[in-house]
Design a protein around this ligand. Structure first.
Ligand code: ARG
Length: 458
């Protein structure tokens, strides 16, 4: 099946394995931007004549227009995006094009282009995540007082506010954004001018190119500049962590949308029907967000293993840094958009959630706490009395709030009729008013804080 490859001879195999243009053409905007900064600096430093620089700049701008209009051509002989731009430039302006590559190498060029790309990617993720957060906060506010069962071990534990549950994801995304912001700040140094590995003898101004490209400063070690890809790994690690959070929310939607739970109806726009079972509505988008998290973690793993054990400085293995980052970025962007859509449009079944919150003796802890507070029992003893009351209710086939005072007192005569005030789910939720707790009054505090953090800086 692959015989044709060999028949074409070794040069054709080499051309194919060596070429990165099929994927690195995504870097074209960043490549041209970096070249424009480089040539402006070369001119300012007197390394390239003004007329030559003017021609180079015009040529680069023309290439940008061509690529914008018609896409980037793919010529495997020209290997990568850097050679494509350079070759096209010499077609347009002739031999003067060759002056652009003074005092640089493809090694610092690719390190610069890729940093610029990853930096843009981080900014895109940050703004998409801010929109997701705002959507979570809106839905949380709407459901501050909606009661649902809170779970541990996926067993009903204590009733909680749905708004509180949604705000848990707001917090996760807040930390995800801070991981991207942290990575962005760390990577924002310009490798341009490191040249092949050792720097250059030309009197370049690295501060100048750094500032033209909105980097904070130039990098301090030329070997490091061309050989590390930790900025791409920082992106992938932050993306992996973020995708895990999205995947957990997606998983909740899958569970909540199943008939035995019936907590939510997922929007039509994010569900599909079954080809043979007309009653079905499958949570495909949520399942794919869950699936994509696996692929994003795989992309991270791929670059980790590519980089492990490479000696300084540049090695061609590093050309393989781009596909995993591009793939992870596309998958993460889609996952964030899908979760934002689902969170925004999902219909919650308040009555179903309340019914299940009331089942399973979910206020047993409230009863035990009441015994400690009002009837002055030590907690251990209260725990024991509560166990006996739960058994009695189980025997009677009713909830705690349905037992009579006599029935309570048959177990412990220190119980009085004040007990009924804590057996309902609303009272239970309202009572958990410690900072960060599920009481609606506390959830509102966190929502106000979130709104303030999300408000555009004025
Ligand atoms: N296409 C290459 C990459 O993505 C550019 C750098 C090539 N450098 C070299 N010395 N062959 O890594």
């Amino acid at each position: 099946m692959w015989g044709g490859r060999f028949a074409d001879g070794p040069s054709s195999i080499m051309r194919e394995i060596n070429a990165s243009i099929p994927f690195d053409k995504k870097l074209w905007r960043h490549d041209i931007r970096a070249s424009l900064a480089h040539v402006a600096m070369l001119e300012e430093q007197g390394i390239v004549e003004a007329e030559d620089a003017t021609q180079i700049i015009a040529g680069l701008n023309q290439i940008a227009q061509e690529y914008e209009a018609d896409g980037v051509p793919e010529d495997l002989d020209l290997e990568d995006i850097h050679m494509h731009v350079e070759a096209r430039l010499s077609e347009i302006i002739g031999p003067v094009a060759g002056r652009l590559h003074t005092a640089r190498s493809r090694n610092d060029q690719v390190a610069t282009d890729f940093r610029l790309w990853v930096r843009d990617a981080m900014d895109m993720v940050d703004s998409a995540l801010a929109t997701l957060q705002l959507t979570l906060v809106d839905r949380a506010e709407e459901h501050v007082a909606t009661i649902m069962p809170g779970f541990t071990h996926l067993q009903s534990a204590q009733p909680v506010s749905l708004g509180h549950h949604l705000m848990a994801y707001y917090e996760m995304i807040r930390r995800d954004r801070s991981r991207f912001a942290d990575a962005r700040q760390r990577m924002n140094e310009s490798p341009l001018g490191a040249a092949a590995l050792a720097g250059t003898g030309f009197p370049i101004d690295r501060e100048k190119t750094a500032s033209l490209l909105s980097f904070d400063c130039p990098t301090g070690n030329s070997l490091d500049s061309v050989s590390d890809r930790d900025f791409a790994l920082d992106y992938l690690m932050a993306a992996t962590q973020c995708s895990l959070h999205l995947s957990r929310l997606a998983e909740e939607f899958v569970i909540w949308a199943s008939q035995p739970f019936g907590f939510v109806k997922l929007p039509d726009s994010f569900s599909t029907g079954s080809s043979i079972m007309p009653q079905k509505r499958n949570p495909d988008a949520a399942e794919l967000v869950r699936g994509h998290a696996g692929r994003i973690a795989g992309a991270m793993n791929s670059l980790v293993i590519t980089m492990k054990g490479l000696p300084l400085a540049y090695s061609k293995d590093m050309q393989d840094d781009k596909p995993p980052v591009f793939e992870a970025h596309d998958l993460l962007g889609l996952s964030i958009a899908a979760m934002t859509g689902m969170v925004g449009e999902v219909e919650f079944s308040n009555s179903r959630m309340r019914m299940l919150a009331e089942a399973g003796f979910s206020t047993a802890t409230d009863f035990a706490d009441w015994l400690v507070r009002e009837a002055k029992l030590p907690f251990r003893e209260a725990h024991h009395v509560t166990g006996a009351v739960v058994s009695l209710a189980e025997e009677q086939g009713c909830g705690l709030a349905d037992l009579s005072l006599d029935q309570f007192r048959s177990i412990d005569d220190r119980i009085h009729d004040g007990v009924f005030s804590v057996l309902g789910v609303d009272a239970s939720v309202a009572s958990r008013s410690s900072y960060g707790g599920t009481a609606p009054e506390q959830v509102k505090v966190q929502i106000a804080k979130a709104r303030k953090a999300l408000a555009p800086e004025s």
